[in-house]
Design a protein around this ligand. Structure first.
Ligand SMILES: [Zn+2]
Length: 301
């Protein structure tokens, strides 16, 4: 009964590569979540951030905790974003005590300030990237082969890197930057993740680019307009395709402006505005900040 009640009461906010499921966050935040995790038998690892993990995943917990801590230091030092975020590496059974999202979708619980990753590299995000191995462009394949023994090992790392996209959402909330459209909200979370990787983990940035190139090239989406990203009900694969479609523009703007573009967004989108601008209006506004948005959107969507 406790588990059943928790499934109803606890929801995720800002999940990585799938749409958020709306509900109210827990009022008592991390304390309640911590009790759930500890009751489930997770241990903690000292890495500079709090990490909960299931038995058997200590090495991964330490590695990812170190990565999370490094990203938080980066955003504190470069953007002044002081962030308190813990990490939980959770198995399937405990996952279902915490959320009704499918197992394996990296996600974060805003109220509890905990990011969640699966303890095994499985789930819909992993499947989406595993499926495009055969159709991967040669450049993407070479990048993955250079660093990893197999495509699936690269996918496992990619799934862990989605944690940084979650951190990106938290950074954007903290600054704050109120992205007025769903697509910019997701684009920005990846932009922040990518800025950290390019600055501190260039090998991971290369993997991120390669995996995004492969999925973008290898998946035929049912929906492919920015309007549909705002309004349509998307399959998880289609949603992940959009995320990979954003990446080339993330890369180009990052290489031109780096974190200055984030500071510019902070200036322009510091206030929460309604109604939301149309995709065309938003693109025109972004075009003035970083020329090329309109051409990118026209060619991509
Ligand atoms: Zn996201």
């Amino acid at each position: 009964m406790i588990a059943r009640a928790l499934v109803v009461a606890v929801v995720m906010s800002g999940p990585g590569l799938v749409p958020a499921q709306s509900s109210q966050p827990l009022a008592n935040h991390r304390d309640s979540m911590t009790q759930v995790l500890l009751r489930g038998g997770l241990d903690t690892a000292t890495t500079g951030v709090l990490v909960y993990y299931v038995p058997g995943s200590e090495a991964n917990a330490r590695k990812l905790g170190t990565l999370l801590a490094a990203s938080l230091r980066y955003f504190g030092g470069s953007l002044g974003a002081e962030i308190d975020l813990a990490l939980a590496i959770v198995d399937s059974a405990r996952w279902h005590l915490i959320t009704d999202l499918p197992y394996g979708l990296p996600s974060s619980h805003g109220g509890a300030r905990i990011a969640f990753l699966p303890s095994t590299p499985t789930g819909p995000d992993a499947d989406a990237f595993l499926r495009v191995e055969r159709s991967a462009p040669s450049g993407a394949m070479e990048t993955v082969r250079r660093r990893y023994p197999s495509w699936s090992a690269g996918v496992a790392r990619m799934l862990n890197l989605v944690m940084l996209h979650e951190v990106g959402h938290v950074v954007a909330r903290t600054l704050p930057i109120h992205a007025p459209n769903r697509w910019l909200h997701e684009w920005l979370a990846t932009y922040l993740a990518y800025a950290f990787m390019r600055s501190a983990r260039p090998d991971d940035a290369e993997l991120w680019d390669a995996m995004c190139d492969a999925l973008f090239a290898g998946y035929t989406p049912q929906h492919r307009s920015l309007e549909d990203f705002e309004n349509a009900t998307l399959s998880i694969d289609n949603y992940v395709w959009y995320q990979t479609a954003f990446q080339p523009r993330v890369r180009v703007v990052y290489e031109a402006q780096g974190l200055d573009f984030v500071r510019a967004l902070q200036q322009d989108f510091g206030a929460d505005v309604t109604p939301r601008p149309s995709p065309a209006d938003l693109l025109a506004r972004l075009e003035r900040m970083a020329p090329g948005f309109i051409v990118w959107a026209t060619r991509t969507f």
